[in-house]
Design a protein around this ligand. Sequence first.
Ligand code: CO
Length: 134
Amino acid sequence: MIGRLNHVAIAVPDLDAAAAQYRDTLGAKVGAPQDEPDHGVTVVFIELPNTKIELLYPLGEASPIERFLEKNPAGGIHHICYEVKDIQAAKKQLETQGARVLGSGEPKIGAHGKPVLFLHPKDFNGTLVELEQV
Ligand code: CO
């Protein structure tokens, strides 16, 4: 069901510093910050030859990243995102097998303008998994 690794998301305490580090120290292609109010984050995408890195920084009140950074003040890997062809079919199959979809359970439009959903980390080896329909 899952396809390519679309991105790895890293929560960071200082978005400008993290973006500069990827650009200047690691020599990566770093995009401009984008606000994603529906997800409570500001994101910077980093294009790698085979995948992307998504730097996440809290946006607005009750951002899910705020609490993560309280627990991990230096930042840390927040989630990984796999591509799927049909997000509704994926959701149905996962729920049939007992996996929990977070939030309302319905896909939201993600940072790339495509439907995404998140799966409970306790069902996936302690890893928050995002699925994105491509
Ligand atoms: Co993501």
